[in-house]
Design a protein around this ligand. Structure first.
Ligand code: NAD
Length: 291
């Protein structure tokens, strides 16, 4: 199926990045959120990121302006009715995602493919509650979207081959690489990454190391470009906790239990970079460890 118009639900850190790469590749994009402030902030972020790409000579000024011209925003979910593909990138909570698909459904064309950027929630279960489980799949970008090369494509039990091929063609057109994953909790990347981040929080919780020593140890000792706590702040601690809970519930194995310290940070509203405080405090010129 030839996809031309793409709807994106949720204009947070992932939604704005997805809108950026889709519009840059020539797709018409319509971005929606429940918050006008989130939409305004998303456009500002996209503008800033495109300007940086232009200043580095990666794209021309004409491309930058044309890309911005291809992105529309709306507070009305029904405005996504005319799209060929919807990528849902709202908050990682199943009830929210389910309500979005339910509200969207009556406005969609029969051919429209529904996808979710969920990091961990069952694609099969989300699909089963829609009117088109065969045209539903996981479209999982990595953060930051304009920079990271991988997209995980996750088939639900009912996803048909045409839907998979159409999504694969989109990944290729935006110049990224798809990795195909089966629909089990947290798929491939987060199944491996999140338990490592959770274990880093346990080493902090148990006093094996402090924030600085844990991050430095993994950067210099395992050659990771970012320390696990720095990375957790970057992803969002609420998202990390939600993924651990999905692994814990979905695989019913105590090895996935979320660290109580991770829960405590989330309860405090210290969600990482997006709230300016997490394992580091970002309110000053340089990040300061909070433990
Ligand atoms: P975020 O908190 O930055 O943004 C979420 C956005 O969704 C907010 O702007 C919020 O207003 C909006 N929203 C909430 N309810 C909505 C609704 N009913 N309709 C429309 N918009 C709504 O979160 P994020 O980090 O961008 O994550 C979004 C999704 O992407 C999650 O499913 C997450 O698991 C997934 N994801 C995140 C990362 C990451 O590194 N942060 C990576 C890959 C995938």
């Amino acid at each position: 199926m030839d996809i031309q118009k793409i709807g994106i639900v949720g204009a947070g850190q992932m939604g704005n990045g997805i809108a950026h790469v889709m519009a840059l590749a020539g797709y018409d994009v319509i971005l929606t959120d429940v918050s006008q402030q989130a939409l305004d902030k998303a456009l500002e972020t996209i503008r800033g990121n495109l300007a940086r790409q232009a200043s580095r000579g990666k794209i021309s000024d004409e491309e930058m302006n044309a890309t911005l011209g291809r992105i529309g925003t709306t507070l009305q979910l029904s405005d996504l009715g005319a799209t060929d593909l919807v990528i849902e990138a709202a908050t990682e909570r199943e009830t929210i995602k389910q309500a979005i698909f339910e509200d969207l459904q009556p406005h969609l064309q029969p051919h429209t493919i529904l996808t979710s950027n969920t990091s961990s929630i069952s694609i099969t279960r989300l699909a089963s509650r829609t009117d088109r489980p065969e045209r539903f799949m996981g479209f999982h970008f990595m953060n930051p979207v304009p920079v990271m090369q991988l997209v995980e494509l996750i088939r639900g039990i009912a996803t048909d081959e045409e839907t998979f091929k159409s999504c694969l063609a989109v990944v290729e057109r935006i110049g990224k690489t798809a990795s195909s994953a089966e629909d089990f909790p947290a798929f491939i990347v987060n199944r491996i990454l999140m338990p490592m981040i959770n274990e880093a929080v346990y080493t902090l919780y148990e006093g094996v190391g402090n924030v600085k020593s844990i991050d430095e140890a993994m950067k210099l000792g395992a050659n990771h470009p970012m320390g696990p706590l720095e990375l957790a702040d970057f992803i969002g601690l609420d998202t990390c906790l939600a993924i651990m809970n999905v692994l814990h519930d979905g695989l019913a194995d105590t090895k996935y239990r979320p660290c109580p310290l991770l829960t405590k940070y989330v309860e405090a509203g210290w969600l990482g970079r997006k709230t300016q405080r997490g394992f580091y405090d970002y309110r000053g010129d340089t990040p300061v460890p909070t433990r």
